[in-house]
Ligand binder design. Structure first.
Ligand SMILES: [Zn+2]
Length: 407
């Protein structure tokens, strides 16, 4: 199977994950895809193939050299985003893209246009895989899976390429933030790994946000409004007072790059009780901790004004910046950087304004930067992936394996 054939086959599986089910994998259809991949890995003659009850599929391409070199892994996720259907994906290739609008669906007039998505123009002349406008594409992260499988097949067909032991890991539920939770790092047994789950060609990421969530419950007291003087306490007004304390410009809509923020994600209330949900994000750990202290201070101010117990804060850390785990083993990033250069890809190192499975894996003892898989406009009907980007990612995987064997 070619890279494109693999990709088309993989996106034919509906593997949408679901936040609400509280089981792993969150949807049984991910297991169906994992079982299919397991058969493919067996047919390729890989070793140490295992698929556990949570949908984690591991396999080994054995070393073809005598000396002992580090064991490395390549990881991609099985699921697609809950944001949009991934059922009956009907991809097609726009060959030698001419830079004009691409009509995805004539009847509903759904058009992928460089007017809204100027990044299309970076791929003029390339072959773009697009949707029919009715579903997402699933390049996130089936492009990553297709690239890993193709790279492995390539190395098998080219024994002159010398490499150490390579592990493959496919996991469920990345899109609902549960991809790393049940990942058995010890069983995976790698010195380090890479997730093939980034976007544009060249992306190389080893920094992400530190993240916490804060839920604040504001208690009020409801009384008939005609007789409420000095009796009623309106929890919505107190919640509003709290919301006004959040620095207005330190919000997602006013920040970029390494700027952190407080993000108000939900308000739900009546006179009696109002629940406010926020998330706190910062790449810098010290600034992150300071932001949490600030929120505690705001809640204290509310309570000192309105009485102890008016506002109840529940704050918890969600994940941390993997940089602190990657920095001591920076050669892991350097190797990916060198591999990209060697195959003619200009590395674009940037900080993720979010989290990744790799961050959680890094904290579980498996340093794991993220590399581009080539897709763009993830999680919606305008998702597309240039074939040439997938080919480059495949080459990067092979080159990393080669470079590690030279260590
Ligand atoms: Zn992804």
């Amino acid at each position: 199977m070619t890279l494109v054939e693999r990709f088309f086959k993989y996106v034919s599986f509906d593997t949408q994950s679901d936040e609400s089910t509280q089981v792993t994998p969150s949807t049984q259809k991910q297991m169906v895809f994992a079982e299919y991949l397991k058969i493919e890995l067996e047919a390729m003659g890989l070793e140490e193939i295992s698929l556990d009850e949570n949908g984690y599929l591991f396999a080994t391409l054995p070393s073809n050299i005598d000396k002992k070199v580090p064991t490395i892994g390549f990881i991609a996720h099985l699921d697609t985003s809950p944001d949009m259907s991934g059922k009956d994906v009907n991809p097609r290739i726009v060959e030698k893209y001419d830079g004009k609008d691409i009509v995805l669906c004539k009847e509903e007039n759904i058009v992928l246009s460089p007017a809204q998505f100027p990044e299309l123009l970076d791929h003029k002349g390339e072959d773009l895989v697009v949707t029919d406008g009715k579903t997402l594409l699933g390049a996130d992260d089936k492009a990553g899976i297709a690239e890993i499988m193709t790279a492995i097949a390539y190395m098998q067909a080219h024994p002159e390429i010398k490499h150490g032991k390579i592990r493959i890991g496919f996991n469920p539920d990345e899109e609902i933030g549960e991809g790393a939770h049940k990942f058995d790092v010890e069983k995976f047994g790698c010195d380090w790994a890479y997730t093939m789950d980034g976007g544009e060609v060249g992306e190389l990421e080893f920094e992400n946000f530190n993240a916490a969530s804060a839920k604040i419950t504001f208690k009020g007291r409801n009384v008939h409004p005609g007789y409420a003087k000095n009796k009623m306490i309106n929890s919505m007004r107190i919640a509003n007072q709290f919301i006004s304390m959040l620095p207005r410009l330190e919000a997602p809509e006013h920040t970029e790059g390494y700027e952190g923020f407080y993000h108000l994600i939900g308000v739900n209330g009546d006179v009696e009780q109002t629940l406010v949900s926020c998330i706190i994000r910062d790449h810098d750990r010290a600034k992150f901790e300071k932001r949490k202290v600030e929120v505690e201070g705001m809640v204290r101010r509310i309570n000192s004004e309105h009485g102890e117990g008016t506002a109840i804060l529940e704050m918890k850390d969600q994940y941390y910046n993997m940089r602190e785990k990657i920095e001591p083993v920076m050669h892991v990033v350097d190797t990916a950087f060198a591999a990209m250069k060697a195959v003619g890809v200009e590395p674009k190192v940037r900080a993720i304004r979010g989290g990744t499975d790799g961050a959680q894996l890094s904290f579980k003892g498996l340093p794991c930067p993220n590399i581009f898989a080539g897709g763009l406009n993830f999680h919606g009907r305008f998702e597309f992936v240039p074939v040439q980007s997938m080919e480059k990612a495949t080459k990067v995987i092979v080159k990393i394996a080669e470079l590690v064997a030279l260590k």
